[in-house]
Write a protein that binds this ligand. Structure first.
Ligand code: PBG
Length: 322
């Protein structure tokens, strides 16, 4: 390797040259747009803690997707706010539930868009936990059949990918088996494999009304101090049949994204979560940071190794990608 002054790395940083040598690119296909569908409202409703983001009624989902398609965004993940909740989250697998209705509408209107569904119970249970609760404990094995049923009901309504997010052990295997037994052998599973017990989810809990009534999620989501454990979580999910692995949150966990990509070489999604969005929006609103930080953050997540980014910033950033 040459040395200075023969070597001058600045030579390739001229405006017309540096574009050629970009190692990381962001395209609209790299994004998944989250949509919050609320069965209880008639018109779209702002989410206070997520400036610029809304809950939309079931009827509004088509228009939302249409707008995104015009911007070149064709991948979505839908979250539901149901009209009823109970102890075991029955509205999660109700054939006439909020996600099921939304899926039928979207897939009949736009057969080619990609619709991912979040397979979890916290939006559908009265206690707000991601599984069945007994004596204050979230029960793992009792939750698995409900997740299987929910995934099958999503597949029946046209989901392209199901994404279990509840961090129950064995959830991927249970869902794979349930899907296969119902003939959905070709529906991929995107597993929230390394999902941390993070404080960055709090705006989402307002958005999806999925806050818990007692305790916390540390009994099932990962300890923020751990990295080796994330590799074990991911390995387990791959062995159980995950097609895409996910790391969540994204920005504070870029090390995990990089490590997972290098170790497994698997299709990898990163979830740029609600709190990451809100803190950036708050700083931009105050004029403390410029809007360019959004692009920089998303590039950093790609550069770390994510193929896909679930992000609330997709619509605002997509125009700047050229
Ligand atoms: C459901 C779920 C959550 C998020 C995605 N799916 C909430 C949680 O685990 O408490 C959070 C996403 C975000 O903060 O943007 N289990």
């Amino acid at each position: 390797m040459a040395e200075f002054p023969k070597l001058r790395l600045r030579r390739l940083r001229k405006p017309n040259l540096r574009k050629i040598f970009r190692e990381t690119r962001l395209t609209p296909e790299n994004f998944i747009v989250p949509i919050f569908v609320d069965e209880n409202i008639k018109s779209k409703k702002p989410i206070e803690s997520m400036p610029g983001y809304y809950r939309i009624p079931v009827e509004g989902a088509v228009k939302e997707v249409e707008e995104c398609l015009e911007l070149g965004l064709g991948n979505f993940i839908v979250f539901g706010i149901p009209s009823y909740k109970d102890e075991v989250g029955s509205s999660a697998f109700d054939s006439d539930g909020v996600i099921q209705k939304t899926l039928r509408k979207l897939k009949s209107e736009f057969p080619d868009v990609v619709v991912v569904t979040d397979v979890c119970l916290c939006e559908y249970t009265t206690h707000g936990h991601c599984g069945v609760v007994k004596d204050g404990e979230v029960l793992n094995d009792e939750t698995l059949p409900i997740l299987g049923k929910t995934a099958v009901s999503h597949a029946e309504c046209g989901a392209d990918i199901v994404a279990p997010s509840g961090m129950m052990d064995g959830m991927v295997a249970a869902i794979r088996k349930a899907l296969d037994d119902s003939g959905f052998t070709d529906i991929p599973i995107m597993s929230y494999a390394a999902k941390y017990a993070s404080s960055f989810y709090s705006p989402f809990r307002e958005a999806a009304e999925s806050g818990y009534k007692f305790g916390d999620r540390k009994g099932y989501q990962m300890d923020i101090h751990n990295s080796d454990e994330a590799m074990r979580e991911i390995e387990l999910d791959i062995k159980e049949g995950a097609d895409i692995i996910m790391v969540k949150p994204a920005l504070p966990y870029l090390d995990i994204i990089r490590r997972a990509k290098e170790k497994f070489g698997y299709p990898l999604a990163a979830y740029n979560v609600s709190g990451e969005y809100s803190m950036v929006k708050a700083a931009i609103e105050r004029g403390w940071l410029g809007e360019d930080v959004v692009y920089e953050i998303l590039v950093s997540i790609r550069r770390a190794g994510a193929d896909l980014i679930i992000t609330y910033h997709a619509k605002e950033v997509v125009e700047k990608l050229q």
